[in-house]
Design a protein around this ligand. Structure first.
Ligand code: GLU
Length: 382
């Protein structure tokens, strides 16, 4: 099917979109907020709302704008200085959004998140309700990482990843990542003048990932690799992603008019439920279970629960209820899930048959270490 037709069909189903705006898109090389880009985005969002499409922005640019406001030549080296720059820049960023959307009588809502806000299922669901209320009020939610208070343990790291998690949080049906290059190329266009823009990707496999190893810039955190990872995460939630050049005027509008701009990444057909997607992508594994071939096949091919008998070894310290990786003997992570046992308990029962585990732990227990309802097998995502 021609790309235009594919885009049209996908766009016809879109009621809610997450639009991620990178630092380079939103700022000029001199570090000022690029008013032209903001105006273009605001006008398109207003148009999309008139078409009944909810828009959620994930906006970078706080640190870049803070650096510009402070007249610094480069990103500060110390974390507390960077956090101060984010605090100074974030308010300028929101000030500009507020002024522009006010022209269209549309309120904006600032939502600053850390990973701590979404890794707890109750807080995740409560953030979802807040987001829905903001949209019901007719406001535009503008999300960023809470750079000023974040510490490593609760960091998303980059806004590409954050935007991919927001697709699940917001139950969106499209992710648009606006960056400062035209889309995904088969090699780095800054190095190779022959590099070819790929308009359509139906799968992000290892070969594709290898093409995306260009570095991140000076003021943003992501590069093409983090964008592809975000698209892959969105794809397993069953939603497409468009990566396009937000520096070029009219790009966002062109995306929604179905024009072949940027790179469209198609969704997976058998998508994960919101809860399983949260387990696989929002949670960060706190440890790993290394499985024998029999257990690997039971999980990968027969989609069974994980029993203690197939566990060869345990890595890391984790509590019952936390997310862990499942690896095979070669170190490949092929599944993730919520463990019913702590690392200490799994160490006592690994390799044991079901009838032996109650004796080993001295209490009556569940037979599964990870129940299949709490397990995501990556190779099953086609
Ligand atoms: N949250 C950062 C900011 O607003 C940007 C992170 C990123 O570039 O991904 O400046």
């Amino acid at each position: 099917m021609p790309t235009r037709e594919i885009r049209k069909q996908l766009l016809a189903k879109v009621h809610r979109v997450v639009i991620k705006l990178g630092s380079y898109v939103l700022t000029t090389p001199a570090g000022r907020l690029d008013r032209k880009v903001f105006t273009d985005v605001a006008q398109t969002v207003v148009r999309l709302r008139a078409r009944g499409i909810d828009c959620i922005l994930v906006s970078s640019g706080a640190i870049a704008s803070g650096i510009g406001r402070l007249g610094l030549k480069a990103r500060p080296r110390h974390i507390e200085q960077e956090q101060a720059a984010a605090a100074i820049g974030q308010i300028r960023l929101m000030g500009l959004y507020d002024r522009l959307f006010t022209k269209y009588s549309m309120p904006v809502a600032q939502i600053l998140l850390t990973h701590g806000d979404v890794r707890d299922r109750r807080r995740f669901l409560s953030a979802r309700q807040t987001l829905n209320s903001v949209l019901t009020y007719g406001a535009v939610p503008i999300i960023n990482e809470n750079d000023t208070t974040v510490v490593d343990e609760i960091r998303f790291g980059d806004n590409d990843y954050l935007s991919s998690l927001v697709t699940n949080l917001a139950q969106a049906d499209l992710l648009v990542i606006l960056t400062d290059i035209d889309g995904f190329y088969d090699s780095d266009p800054r190095v190779n003048p022959e590099a070819r823009l790929i308009g359509l990707l139906d799968d992000i496999n290892e070969d594709i990932e290898k093409c995306a190893c260009g570095p991140a810039g000076k003021v943003g955190r992501g590069g093409m690799a983090t964008k592809l990872k975000a698209a892959k995460t969105a794809a397993s939630f069953g939603i497409p992603t468009v990566i396009a050049n937000g520096k070029k005027p009219g790009t966002l509008r062109a995306v929604f008019d179905g024009e072949p701009v940027g790179t469209l990444i198609l969704p997976k057909k058998n998508k994960l439920t919101g809860r399983k997607h949260w387990i696989a992508y929002t949670l960060k594994p706190q440890g790993a279970l290394v499985l024998d071939d029999g257990a690997r096949d039971a999980l990968e091919q027969r989609l069974r629960s994980l029993l203690p008998s197939g566990i060869v070894s345990v890595e890391g310290d984790f509590d019952a209820g936390e997310c862990v990786s499942c690896r095979d003997g070669s170190g490949r992570e092929f599944a993730r899930g919520l463990t019913a046992y702590s690392s200490e308990a799994v160490n006592k029962i690994k390799g044991l048959k079901t009838e032996q585990i109650s004796t080993a732990l001295g209490r009556p227990v569940n037979r599964e270490v990870i129940h299949r309802d709490d397990l995501v097998v990556f190779s099953a995502l086609k």
